[in-house]
Design a protein around this ligand. Structure first.
Ligand SMILES: NC(=O)c1ccc[n+]([C@@H]2O[C@H](COP(=O)([O-])OP(=O)(O)OC[C@H]3O[C@@H](n4cnc5c(N)ncnc54)[C@H](OP(=O)(O)O)[C@@H]3O)[C@@H](O)[C@H]2O)c1
Length: 170
């Protein structure tokens, strides 16, 4: 299963100034790239804070929202609230025929997937901004080895950086 972490990040490694800030500081090309990759995958996984910040399910994609709040329910088949582990989520998606999933934040959910050694690729758009403080790409101790794949300037000063995660046999 290809599990791609897709994020926009400032030069100082921040993905937001706070837990409920809308991501409105990236460029048009990053948004287009996000739509392209997530539509191709067909499914996105996010944390409940990210979902609440966006405010609606992303159209044309299955939206899986991680929450431990059992009162959160949906009648929309493309919007699923779950307290499953990242491993269970990935296994269920695989069983239902998906071969790619995009992890789209925030810091908490990125960390849950990284800690579970499930992320296979990381695509980060480095935005020419510095927040100084705020939420980092991850919020826990990790030791991921990455292999550089490619990079390109998708619009003036915005660098799309692509890495593969290397897992060594233990
Ligand atoms: N720059 C970017 O590309 C980018 C991308 C995405 C998001 N963001 C930003 O990131 C911020 C939100 O990130 P965040 O780290 O605060 O929150 P988050 O990862 O979006 O969501 C965290 C929530 O996930 C739920 N959760 C935590 N552990 C869980 C578990 N084991 N199982 C199930 N659910 C679990 C909890 O919600 P409950 O209380 O509901 O249980 C928790 O509050 C927003 O400002 C957003 O705009 C930025």
């Amino acid at each position: 299963m290809d599990v791609i972490l897709l994020m926009a990040m400032t030069l100082d490694g921040k993905i937001a100034r706070g837990h409920t800030e809308l991501v409105n500081w990236t460029g048009k090309r990053d948004k287009q790239y996000f739509v392209k990759v997530t539509r191709k995958a067909g499914v996105v996984v996010m944390g409940s804070r990210t979902f609440d910040t966006i405010g609606y399910p992303l159209p044309g994609r299955k939206n899986i929202v991680m929450t431990r709040d059992k009162t959160r329910k949906s009648d929309d088949k493309n919007l699923v609230f779950t307290d499953q582990t990242p491993k269970q989520i990935v296994e269920d998606l695989q069983a239902s025929g998906f071969d790619q999933v995009a992890i789209i934040g925030g810091s908490v959910v990125n960390s849950l997937f990284a800690k579970s050694n499930l992320i296979t690729r990381i695509h980060v758009t480095l935005v020419p901004a510095v927040f100084g403080q705020g939420l980092s790409l991850f919020n826990t101790d990790l030791d991921l080895s990455l292999e550089y794949v490619a990079s390109r300037e998708i619009e003036a000063g915005h660098l799309l950086l692509m890495y593969k995660v290397i897992y060594h046999e233990r």
